[in-house]
Design a protein around this ligand. Structure first.
Ligand SMILES: C[S@@+](CC[C@H](N)C(=O)[O-])C[C@H]1O[C@@H](n2cnc3c(N)ncnc32)[C@H](O)[C@@H]1O
Length: 115
């Protein structure tokens, strides 16, 4: 049996960008309606310094940035953290359980569809 939070398994799953694209395609058709992503973004309104953990290709982080946030993104997968960097989001590879940030340096943190 595979544990969905096994770090090696997660890294393997997200070492390939197309794997995330396949997952996203499962809910993409909901985009025009109120989706969990809209709700997450709404909850970030007014926050200046924002952390997204498990950022994937940084679609949510990018939208939060457009919304006015100074967003930092992290992901367990180096491939995904690199994608976020390419998308213009300061990013680093890190396990959500071991984040290299001091307490209280973000106004808000979001984890969206991490597993
Ligand atoms: C389904 S994707 C969601 C990506 C993004 N949040 C979005 O909304 O499009 C899940 C992401 O969470 C990351 N992830 C899973 N477990 C993690 C962990 N323990 N620490 C950091 N990132 C993790 C994966 O590498 C993957 O990029």
């Amino acid at each position: 049996m595979v544990r969905l939070d096994d770090p090696d398994w997660v890294r393997g799953q997200y070492a390939v960008v197309e794997h995330l694209a396949t997952r996203i395609s499962a809910w993409r058709h909901l985009e025009e309606r109120l989706t969990p992503q809209h709700v997450a973004l709404r909850s970030l309104e007014g926050a200046v310094d924002v952390l997204e953990v498990g950022c994937g290709t940084a679609t949510l982080a990018s939208r939060a940035q457009v919304q006015g946030g100074r967003v930092v993104a992290t992901d367990l997968s180096l491939t995904m953290a690199s994608q976020a960097h390419t998308a213009g989001i300061p990013s680093l590879a890190a396990d959500v359980g071991h984040l290299p940030f001091a307490d209280e340096c973000f106004d808000a943190a979001v984890a969206a569809w991490m597993l």
